[in-house]
Design a protein around this ligand. Structure first.
Ligand SMILES: [Zn+2]
Length: 96
């Protein structure tokens, strides 16, 4: 009788930093081409690429992983991401 090898369950998603809980991102923050999650904030500060200022520990913010840069997880202030989306998909006059 053949034995079944039991494989340890593999974790698909890498866990966020300890103490950082993933929350559902607000609908407006979700975009094609990136994975957006909201986190409640961890123990260490992050640099927001939107404003180049620190996201302080324990401050809820967004974690964005672009599909074409899966290694490059970025932490954004919620408001900075909102502004970034407006910049990218702005409803202003279309260029050209
Ligand atoms: Zn910012």
């Amino acid at each position: 009788m053949p034995r079944r090898h039991r494989r340890a369950p593999e974790e698909e998603a890498r866990p966020l930093s300890p103490g950082v809980r993933g929350l559902a991102a607000p609908a407006w923050a979700v975009v094609d081409g990136a994975t957006v999650r909201m986190v409640a904030g961890g123990d260490k500060p992050y640099l927001c690429p939107g404003c180049l200022h620190e996201i302080r520990p324990r401050v809820a913010h967004l974690v964005v992983v672009e599909d074409d840069d899966v290694e490059g997880r970025r932490h954004w202030h919620t408001e900075c991401w909102r502004r970034e989306l407006r910049r990218r998909f702005g409803r202003g006059p279309a260029p050209g």
